[in-house]
Design a protein around this ligand. Structure first.
Ligand code: DX5
Ligand code: ZN
Length: 221
């Protein structure tokens, strides 16, 4: 059964003293991407990892490394993450007044470009640039921490984004959804139009992360 979506485990919820095991679990479970949450304790009230971690995991996995930058001045970190081996770099629309410039810069560094939107930000804030990105990351929790509950009106936001992309012949743009996604609610997220699912605590806090990844991948819309 090949899932019609991609699963991107977020290593934020993994054991940072043993990321090798987390990557092995992603391999054994059949995950598609590795989601790396970058937080600067300014854009969000938490501080996590930087380019050295991406460089380390780059040598250990062939999977698509999906960097989610929850930082101010995201333009300053594009090149270091690209050099470290990121495949996709996503910035937050709320963190810049030059989204077009950042998208161009990410692409000039050889990476796919994503834009993310916080739950309370108007979707119309990103509409003008959706024709320039490869991916749009819809936050289904307030960014900053793993283990939060899925915000229910996220499904409506996913559907609206899907509708906008289809209406504007932009169905090549992937919709990634991030935050509070569990085995019990993932089907509804997919039904709403998600192409890529981020899951952190549901996987890495599970008794058997490999089995949980496998169960996610067996989910059909
Ligand atoms: C939150 C991060 C998410 C988070 C997902 O700011 O962007 O990627 O780690 O973790 P769960 O799946 O536990 O909500
Ligand atoms: Zn994330």
């Amino acid at each position: 059964m090949i899932p019609r979506f991609k699963l991107a485990p977020s290593i934020l919820s993994a054991d940072f003293s043993d990321l090798k095991t987390a990557l092995k679990q992603c391999d054994e479970g059949g995950a598609h991407w590795i989601h790396v949450d970058v937080m600067d304790n300014q854009f969000v009230p938490n501080l996590t990892v930087g380019p050295p971690i991406v460089k380390s995991i780059r040598h250990k996995t062939k999977k698509f490394i999906d960097v989610h930058m929850m930082v101010i001045n995201p333009e300053k970190l594009v090149e270091p993450f690209a050099r470290a081996g990121a495949d996709n770099i996503t910035f937050h629309i709320e963190a810049t007044d030059d989204p077009e410039g950042i998208i161009e810069f990410i692409k000039s560094c050889g990476c796919k470009a994503g834009v993310s939107v916080k739950p309370k930000t108007l979707l119309s804030d990103i509409y003008p640039i959706l024709d320039k990105v490869d991916l749009v990351l819809i936050m289904s929790v307030e960014p900053g921490f793993g283990g939060q509950s899925y915000l229910p009106d996220s499904n409506e936001r996913i559907s609206q984004t899907k509708q906008y992309l289809n209406d504007n012949c932009l169905d090549r743009v992937l919709i990634e959804v991030d935050g509070g996604i569990k085995l019990h609610n993932v089907s509804k997220v997919l039904d709403s139009g998600a192409d890529v699912i981020v899951a952190g605590s549901e996987i890495f806090k599970a008794d058997d992360p490999v089995q949980t990844i496998q169960e996610f991948c067996l989910t059909v819309e």
